[in-house]
Design a protein around this ligand. Sequence first.
Ligand code: HEC
Length: 133
Amino acid sequence: MNKFVLLALLSSLSASPVWAGHFNGHVDVKVGTLSSRAAAGQKVFNQKCGSCHGLNGEGTLAGPPLIHDIYNPGHHDNGSFSRAVTKGVQQHHWTYGNMLAQPNVGFSDMTGIVSFIREVQKHNGIVKKAHRM
Ligand code: HEC
């Protein structure tokens, strides 16, 4: 194979959305100042979601960071957070496996959790983008 073909192949691989999004550790998250609702959500999130999604949504080896461009509100709206928690998630963006439903998290917990994730996303430059996948 000639060098240019190989290079073109490699760069197309790294530009493909699946592998560009693939990730197995954690990202640096700046929490910033939170509203009181988001601060309440932070506590619940770190307790009930942190084992997989990491402290403040930074990700772990068991689950993806939610402070990630994939989860910007244009691609995963607030409803997708409630669905994830009430119904679980089939593995589709990553290779961590499925997320099971989290029956110990109620509606009032979710409003705080979503506020928390959205505020921290904003503090990390993650803003709404049109869904183009
Ligand atoms: C046992 C591990 C685990 C726990 C606990 C967990 N999650 Fe997940 N979650 C995952 C995995 C793994 C995925 C990624 C699935 C994929 O897209 O491949 C995921 C995906 C998600 C998504 C994306 C949904 C979508 O439509 O793609 C949201 C939102 C989410 N989790 C929120 C939460 C919240 C909120 C909590 C706490 C109440 C929580 N998760 C607890 C493992 C977990």
